[in-house]
Design a binder for this molecule. Structure first.
Ligand SMILES: Nc1nc2c(c(=O)[nH]1)N[C@H]1C(S)=C(S)[C@@H](COP(=O)(O)O)O[C@H]1N2
Ligand SMILES: [Mo]
Length: 203
């Protein structure tokens, strides 16, 4: 039927048939807000994004400087470990792989730990962060991020459960050893691949 709005179940069935629904997930048509603790109050005039650890040049960006880094736009699916998946979400921001060229990564860097306020962190191997579809996203559907969804910047790692996509990003640490993050220390899987259903350490 032309113009007919698909129901949630109909849309989910289509994604399943297209091979886009990972095991144990269901489709959501809304964008849920999920995080631990309150939405941090961010003063954009004093906000900085900094990189430190195994890098050639420890650097930080003001919001004005960060916004001038060239961006790409990407439409992708996201999968939360609490079992919702959202399809064809559109994000814009610098590609992480291009971003690291601005300061240089030392050969000893093997892991990236993304830091946010209130001690939230998430860890991933550097080679995962260097994949084509990893962004430092600061726009969603063409608009600045909503405060609840991570304004001003979040990491976006579509190939992992969404807890690895850190909202309100403040610091990126490049490390020679792995440092399990907030949910990883709480028993979630260290890798978190949705297609392998790596939800917890025992699954
Ligand atoms: N800083 C921060 N980032 C975070 C979280 C958090 O608690 N703090 N929660 C993660 C989890 S578990 C999920 S599912 C997604 C949810 O993002 P959304 O609220 O934009 O849907 O953010 C991730 N990033
Ligand atoms: Mo999550």
């Amino acid at each position: 039927m032309p113009g007919k709005q698909l129901s949630r179940r109909e849309e989910e069935q289509l994604m399943k048939e297209a091979g886009r629904l990972p095991p144990g997930q269901s489709l959501t048509q809304k964008f849920p807000v999920l995080h631990y603790g309150p939405v941090p109050e961010i003063d954009i005039t004093t906000w900085r994004l900094s990189v430190f650890g195994e890098v050639e040049n420890e650097t930080s960006w003001t919001w004005d400087a960060f916004r001038h880094i060239p961006t790409v736009t990407l439409t992708t699916d996201i999968h939360c470990v609490t079992r919702w998946s959202m399809f064809d979400t559109t994000w814009e921001g610098p590609r992480f792989r291009d971003f690291v060229d601005l300061f240089g990564v030392k050969p000893g860097a093997k892991f990236v730990i993304a830091h946010a306020p209130h001690g939230f962190t998430a860890n991933l191997p550097l080679d995962v962060m260097l994949e084509d579809d990893v962004l430092l996203a600061w726009k969603y559907n063409g608009d600045l991020l909503d405060p609840a969804h991570g304004f001003p910047v979040r990491t976006l790692v579509p190939q992992r459960y969404f807890w690895k996509s850190v909202k309100w990003l403040t610091r990126l640490e490049f490390s020679s050893d792995d440092q399990p993050g907030f949910w990883e220390q709480a028993g979630y899987h260290n890798e978190g691949k949705p297609w392998e259903e790596q939800r917890t350490q025992r699954s």
